[in-house]
Design a protein around this ligand. Structure first.
Ligand SMILES: CCCCCCCCCCCC(=O)SCCNC(=O)CCNC(=O)[C@H](O)C(C)(C)COP(=O)(O)OP(=O)(O)OC[C@H]1O[C@@H](n2cnc3c(N)ncnc32)[C@H](O)[C@@H]1OP(=O)(O)O
Length: 140
């Protein structure tokens, strides 16, 4: 497995840095060059939770959104935005656990990019799954 760290976007809530965005989760987005998917490792702290000890689903959706956006970006340098995302929460993601998110570009059709993503715990159990449609912007 050959992993390279992607540059991130300094202002991003997920992959930015706290100098540009004080609320950023500051996660590194890695790209697996062999299997062509993103990989984001994380250990949630208490500020990520909704119910005590359980990570907020909106935070998990944001991580999956980035995992998929960067999977597109790694293969196509143009700008795509999330148009539709479907998220399935299968197991709770726990405070202080060790997790990994992976994002995949499944296919492209005209301006649309179809993607998928998942979050797994350190035993390989799938906790969250997502599917999304991104659309190539006319201009940003
Ligand atoms: C620096 C590096 C950082 C790179 C990494 C960045 C990391 C950050 C990741 C964050 C990603 C986000 O959260 S982005 C932020 C959240 N998303 C947004 O704000 C997007 C808001 N929505 C929009 O701006 C717009 O609705 C668009 C652009 C999605 C579509 O508008 P449009 O450009 O007028 O296009 P339109 O003609 O309507 O549609 C074009 C084609 O897409 C299809 N399409 C449109 N919407 C949908 C939809 N919801 N689901 C399915 N398909 C759709 C249409 O059927 C059509 O297909 P056909 O007729 O061509 O077949």
């Amino acid at each position: 497995m050959s992993l390279k760290v992607l540059p991130g976007t300094p202002s991003c809530f997920v992959c930015g840095d706290k100098k540009e965005n004080s609320r950023s989760l500051e996660l590194n987005i890695c790209w697996d060059e062999d299997d062509e998917h993103t990989s984001i490792s994380f250990v949630p702290d208490g500020s990520w939770c909704g119910y005590e000890g359980i990570v907020h689903g909106g935070i998990l959706a944001a991580i999956l959104d980035d995992a998929m956006a960067w999977a597109i970006k790694a293969l196509d340098d143009r700008t795509y935005v999330t148009a539709k995302m479907n998220v399935t929460f299968k197991r709770p993601v726990q405070l202080h656990g060790h997790y990994s998110a992976s994002g995949f570009l499944d296919r492209k059709e005209e301006r649309r990019a179809y993607t998928s993503a998942l979050i797994q715990d350190e035993d390989g159990n799938t906790c969250v799954e997502a599917k999304a449609v991104f659309v190539l912007t006319k201009a940003i």
